[in-house]
Design a protein around this ligand. Structure first.
Ligand SMILES: *[C@@H]1O[C@H](CO)[C@@H](O)[C@H](O)[C@H]1NC(C)=O
Ligand SMILES: *[C@@H]1O[C@H](CO)[C@@H](O)[C@H](O)[C@H]1NC(C)=O
Ligand SMILES: *[C@@H]1O[C@H](CO)[C@@H](O)[C@H](O)[C@H]1NC(C)=O
Ligand SMILES: *[C@@H]1O[C@H](CO)[C@@H](O)[C@H](O)[C@H]1NC(C)=O
Length: 505
């Protein structure tokens, strides 16, 4: 039997299961409980989605290089979900699902292959068509400029984000994007999960450009105790210069918003011991405060400056002034809650890194019996985090830029753990909004099963992508139906109809 035939057979056999499941899943909230201007969407990143890595003038990014050196479990984004060719069908699918907004990132090295200089007309054409298509389907584009994918040319030429030259090149790239797309795009994010890019890429070397001290991992080059801070510093400067450019040159006519993005967790003390309570606050200061304090207060947190003394660049008076207040919103990527224990053990000097500065041990909290390969569902973790940001940072506008459940990619279309996850966390977010949090949007990660940081083994998609099919056919999962029903304001079983949901294997 062909694979398609196999699916059709399963479709015939199993619709009842899905119907029963959804019937039992009445919500205690609905779309209409959220503020009128709140947006719900989903998203993806350029390297993870587009494919066409060598087509139409695109040059490699640091993520291409990292993947081609075998560091992403031996796979690459050369083809990924082939969004470069399939975006039209995907936008149709988004529209059918009822998405109000979609979060994309632009591949800098597709638009400006050398990182600076000539703009690639075919790159412009692709993003113009994608953006137009989203808008013509009533879907608001939210655009990220840097999603872990600096042009390799700039990495090779001067060390990329380690070099202050990046500020000028990033701003020039942003200028091109505002000029070309800003008539239709109102929501811009400069750097996606900047803190994880700086630590993952320069302290642990687990994501591109894969730098760390040689003692941390064999074959690694870099300095885990200095580079994350230098990169974080340059990101802040590039971000604030970009925000300022938008203010001066585009805001009056385009009336859009430029924000920043970090990766966060829920963080709770491991015990009632004073050390663990202090350690939890320290982790918050390193994970949230490190790059957010400068935007709100104009300086790094005291504890970060003290622990990374002599290694973290100081924000000069001028830089502090330029950084403070330079954002219109903050994007948060949120997936889980950690329990935090104080850790005073001192590593060897040459093993010093960002995490030894933090000085904590972290544990995934499990509500009891979350199966391996799944993330526990703890909505209070998100409410508490949003409450913290409201109270400590003066309630800035927040977008949840990523939140979603990881499952084995080849599992099942009947992804009930993902439904439970989305239902739980959207509810947790609503609790915070009802208590005054200025959260303005939510983007379920991710729309399709595309490339993840660890390859194609686990995925977060609302839609499954069959990588064995030459056409990379998309299949709707239960989570897509649940989200769609939620967005369309209905849980009614009659709206689910004869649906899909079945085991893939
Ligand atoms: C990292 O840089 C610091 C400060 O320059 C230096 O003391 C340390 O030896 C360097 N570590 C490594 C592993 O290169
Ligand atoms: C929905 O119900 C859950 C569990 O019963 C509860 O924890 C949550 O606070 C409720 N959320 C809303 C928004 O009413
Ligand atoms: C709700 O907000 C108030 C005022 O900011 C705060 O004091 C209170 O702790 C919040 N409640 C929860 C459950 O977070
Ligand atoms: C997923 O299933 C396909 C088809 O059976 C197989 O080719 C592929 O290797 C599997 N991938 C993983 C990560 O298990």
């Amino acid at each position: 039997m062909t694979r398609a035939g196999f699916y059709s057979l399963l479709l015939l056999l199993f619709p009842v299961t899905a119907a029963l499941y959804l019937a039992a899943a009445a919500e205690n909230y609905s779309r209409s409980d959220f503020p009128a201007d709140f947006v719900f969407g989903s998203g993806t990143g350029a390297y993870q989605y587009e494919g066409a890595a060598f087509e139409d003038g695109r040059a490699p990014s640091i993520w291409d290089t990292f993947a081609h050196s075998g560091h992403v479990n031996g796979v690459t984004g050369d083809v990924a979900c082939d969004g470069y060719h399939k975006y039209k069908d995907d936008v149709k699918l988004m529209s059918d699902t009822g998405l109000e907004a979609f979060r994309i990132s632009l591949s800098w090295s597709r638009l400006i292959p050398n990182g600076r200089g000539p703009v690639n007309p075919l790159g412009l054409q692709y993003y113009n068509k994608l953006i137009d298509d989203l808008i013509s389907h009533g879907i608001q584009p939210h655009v990220t400029l840097h999603h872990l994918d600096l042009p390799q040319a700039l990495e090779s030429e001067y060390g990329g984000w380690l070099n202050r030259k990046i500020v000028k090149d990033f701003t020039a790239y942003a200028d091109v994007c505002f000029r070309e797309f800003g008539d239709r795009v109102s929501f811009w994010t400069t750097v996606n999960e900047a803190n994880i890019f700086a630590t993952g890429g320069y302290s642990e070397g687990l994501i591109a450009p894969g730098r760390c001290s040689p003692s941390i991992r064999t074959g690694c080059f870099g300095n885990s105790s200095t580079e994350p801070y230098i990169v974080g510093h340059n990101i802040l400067l590039a971000h604030s210069a970009t925000w300022k450019l938008y203010r001066k040159k585009y805001k009056a006519t385009q009336k859009g918003y430029v924000g920043f993005s970090i990766y966060t967790w829920g963080m709770v003390p491991y015990s009632n011991a004073k050390e663990d309570i202090i350690a939890t606050q320290r982790l918050k200061d390193f994970i949230i405060g490190w790059l957010i304090d400068p935007l709100i207060f104009g300086d790094y947190p005291e504890i970060v400056k003290r622990r990374a003394k002599g290694r973290i660049p100081a924000l000069t008076k001028y830089e502090s002034k330029q950084t403070k207040g330079s954002f219109d919103f903050i994007g948060l990527n949120f997936y889980m809650v950690f329990s935090v224990e104080d850790d005073r053990s001192l590593p060897d000097f040459d093993k010093w890194n960002f995490w030894t500065d933090v000085g904590v041990k972290i544990f995934n909290i499990d509500s009891g019996n979350t199966p391996p390969d799944q993330l526990p569902v703890m909505p209070w973790g998100l409410s508490t985090l949003l409450e913290y940001i409201k109270q400590v940072y003066g309630n800035p506008p927040i977008y949840i830029h990523e939140n979603g459940q990881s499952l084995k990619r080849n599992g099942t279309l009947n992804d009930t753990p993902r439904v439970e996850y989305l239902r739980g966390y959207i509810g947790g977010m609503l609790d915070a909004i009802r208590n005054g949090s200025n959260t303005k949007g939510y983007f379920a990660w991710s729309f399709l099963d595309c490339l993840e940081l660890d390859g194609y083994e686990h995925s977060f998609g609302l839609y499954y992508v069959d990588l064995d099919d030459a056409e990379l056919k998309r299949y709707q999962k239960l989570s897509a139906i649940w989200y769609s029903n939620f967005l369309k304001g209905s849980n009614a079983i009659s709206e689910v109809g004869e649906n899909v949901f079945v085991s893939l294997k």
